[in-house]
Design a protein around this ligand. Sequence first.
Ligand code: SF4
Length: 380
Amino acid sequence: MATLRDILTTPDRVREGAGELWETLDRNRVRCYACGHCCPIPEGQPGVCKVRFNCGGKLYVPYGYVAGVQCDPIEKKPFFHAYPGALAYSFGMLGCDLHCAYCQNWVTSQALRDPNAISPPLEADPELLVQEAVAQGAKILVSTYNEPLITSEWAVAVFRQARQAGLLTAFVSNGNGTPQVLDYLRPWIDLYKVDLKSFDDRHYRQLGGRLEPILHTIRSLYQMGVWLEIVTLLIPGFNDSDGELRKLTAFLAGVSRDIPWHVTAFHQDYKMTSPDDTRPEDLLRAAAIGREAGLRYVYAGNLPGSVGDFEHTRCHQCGETLIRRSGYAIEAYKLTPEGHCPACHAAIPGRWSQRFDGQIAARPFLPRSRPQLVRILSQP
Ligand code: SF4
């Protein structure tokens, strides 16, 4: 029976990588620039991510499938300063360049490394995905669930169609980028969420990465003018010391005090089952450190109702509550059509619609009709 790797390397499921994202080396090797590993890949081998591979001295990359699609409130990604209430049609492929022991999407991200991660891919094409997104009422198409940088060519193919249909586009990413991949994505991406997992390079190496490429991605995206929000999953005993949080938030505030920082609660998952789940008081301590560092928009997530006003957006100038939330649900919206505070007229950083039209959904749901997506594989 065909293995998942066999299925994903058939001609319909791959394309030659974008010329900007790889180069040839000696001895028929190639170097990939889609993520911060910058793998030199020998003939016949995949890179660290297991989904980009060298065949005959050329780099081949994933194309033409999704591992899953879902309609999410944009607040779930989370973006709190971009089109509140919008529906985000979210799709992912398989594989990741990291191997975090606590990954909440391990079934798709680790599908090529872990035999317990069973996630049959579905055939897809960009035009049909966009048609379906429009039919669901989505405003934004999001590449998420696995690491989108390693499947950037597919994302750009989908985003080209999305732009033609008048949709916005976003990445939900670990941020392990390179100058090459950020330049490649720049024309096609509106919003970017980076998961800043730690501020300690030793911790990043435990997860299979390095800290510096992530910091470079954050600085670069901000300079490029892509709307950026940052998430840190707070894991007791791993990344939650006051010292580490002070360094992390000082770095973010040094890039811009206007970057929203979401500190979210960990729950035991995948292979990380020993730390306790994050408590509300842990989130509140981290959020207070973020505010002390000068960040103007700090949010505490995953524990709705337990984190005081850290679920809401308040004007950085006068403190007026501008958006009141409970979890992903928006309970009140007061921004002006220009994205200003109605009380003191301060411009609130973000990407705002002219008016708030309510939410299609405050919870994720599967698309109501999926006629075009065809299951292509049942794994053994
Ligand atoms: S995406 Fe990253 S891990 Fe995968 S081949 Fe390219 S450089 Fe290596």
